[in-house]
Write a protein that binds this ligand. Structure first.
Ligand SMILES: NC(=O)C1=CN([C@@H]2O[C@H](COP(=O)(O)OP(=O)(O)OC[C@H]3O[C@@H](n4cnc5c(N)ncnc54)[C@H](OP(=O)(O)O)[C@@H]3O)[C@@H](O)[C@H]2O)C=CC1
Ligand SMILES: Cc1cn([C@H]2C[C@H](O)[C@@H](COP(=O)(O)OP(=O)(O)O[C@H]3O[C@@H](C)C(=O)[C@@H](O)[C@H]3O)O2)c(=O)[nH]c1=O
Ligand SMILES: [Mg+2]
Length: 302
């Protein structure tokens, strides 16, 4: 039997890149990037899906520029919501399933304990609103799906806070970092590996069984920190690496969000509970700090 086609979007993004490797043992991975399809163009996307006819669509592509989305909501919506609706519709025609990713930024931070999947979202910014619309379109489609909400994604490639801080810390003497936004930094590779493990359990042997575990799941690293605490850990970690001990790195100064004016409002607390994922699939990710050390070490070797 021919192996099923798994279409992965956003192949040059943080999670998409990792998925190409993690999903390879599960089927024939066809990975596409911006050069293959503009996800803001629904017609192009439809044509691509009808040509490739995947058995599974895995969609880590997204409009992730949180501040830019405030002034470009129509593109953010086209990519984060309309494209997801098109994928779900086409999946229905093809009898395919969809794995999609969403964000902690669907929550407003008014809760004081980790958010669970049944908590009501209330996004504070355009990115979060369009991501929520994407979730809703997927859930309404009546297809087998997984919607995996993650947070504060980073890894050795792509645009992320860890890489920004490492660059800025070498350029400046002092970095002011917000200390009143709490979340969980999550390594892109672990998101991809967890996705593969879930699919190995409930899709590979029996694609129909995905319908039984369809739903929304939180998938983040364990533990929590502020962006300031995360920046401290990044610099403390990198100082352990050969070649970094002698470098002058910026001093870090904790600040309140009010002293870091940006277009998009961000929530003060967006920690997600991973209990449901753990109960359903027996999966849990390590503490954010353990992965950070692994990523920094991997970066040192690359
Ligand atoms: N990054 C984060 O901190 C978090 C991300 N998430 C979610 O996780 C998922 C994966 O995120 P991550 O891997 O970090 O995202 P990235 O920003 O690293 O990658 C997203 C990819 O989508 C592509 N893309 C964006 N717009 C289009 C378009 N119009 N047409 C084609 N491709 C497009 C980008 O292409 P290009 O590189 O050319 O722009 C990029 O390769 C997303 O759903 C995101 O919302 C959730 C929580 C935190
Ligand atoms: C670079 C920098 C950022 N900050 C603040 C700004 C912001 O509040 C916080 C994080 O900044 P960033 O722009 O890197 O992060 P941001 O784009 O808000 O990251 C979010 O991206 C989307 C895609 C998600 O889904 C979220 O889970 C989250 O990861 O740190 C400082 O305080 N000082 C600094 O020097
Ligand atoms: Mg950003």
């Amino acid at each position: 039997m021919r192996s099923p086609i798994i279409l992965v979007t956003g192949k040059d993004g943080q999670v998409g890149w990792e998925l190409m490797r993690s999903l390879a043992p599960l089927g024939k991975v066809v990975a596409c990037g911006r050069q293959d399809v503009d996800l803001a163009n629904a017609h192009q996307l439809r044509d691509l899906l009808r040509t490739i006819k995947p058995a599974l669509i895995v969609n880590p592509a997204a409009y992730t520029a949180v501040d830019k989305a405030e002034s470009d909501i129509s593109t953010a919506r086209a990519v984060n919501a309309t494209a997801v609706a098109v994928m779900a519709e086409e999946a229905k025609r093809l009898g395919a399933a969809v794995v999609h990713y969403s964000t902690d930024y669907v929550f407003d931070g008014s809760k004081a304990a980790p958010y669970v999947e049944t908590d009501t979202p209330s996004p504070l910014n355009a990115y979060g609103r369009t991501k929520l619309e994407g979730e809703q379109a997927l859930m309404a489609a009546g297809i087998p799906y997984l919607c995996l909400r993650t947070s504060w994604v980073y890894g050795i490639r792509g645009a992320n806070f860890m890489r920004t801080i490492l660059r800025l810390a070498q350029e400046r003497e002092e970095l002011k970092i917000v200390a009143d936004q709490i979340g969980a930094p999550t390594w892109s590779r672990l998101i991809a590996e967890a996705t593969a493990q879930i699919l190995a359990q409930c899709w590979v042997k029996a694609p129909d069984s995905l319908a039984d575990c369809s739903g929304l799941y939180h998938l983040t690293a364990a533990g929590e920190t502020s962006w300031y605490g995360y920046a401290q850990a990044i610099l403390a970690g990198v100082r352990q690496l050969p070649g970094w001990q002698q470098r002058d790195l910026a001093a870090l100064l904790p600040i309140p969000s009010t002293e870091y004016p940006v277009p998009a409002k961000r929530s003060g607390y967006s920690v997600l509970s991973n209990q449901k994922l753990n109960t359903q699939f027996g999966l849990s990710l390590p503490d954010w700090q353990d992965s950070l050390d692994d990523v920094l070490a991997a970066m040192g070797e690359s």
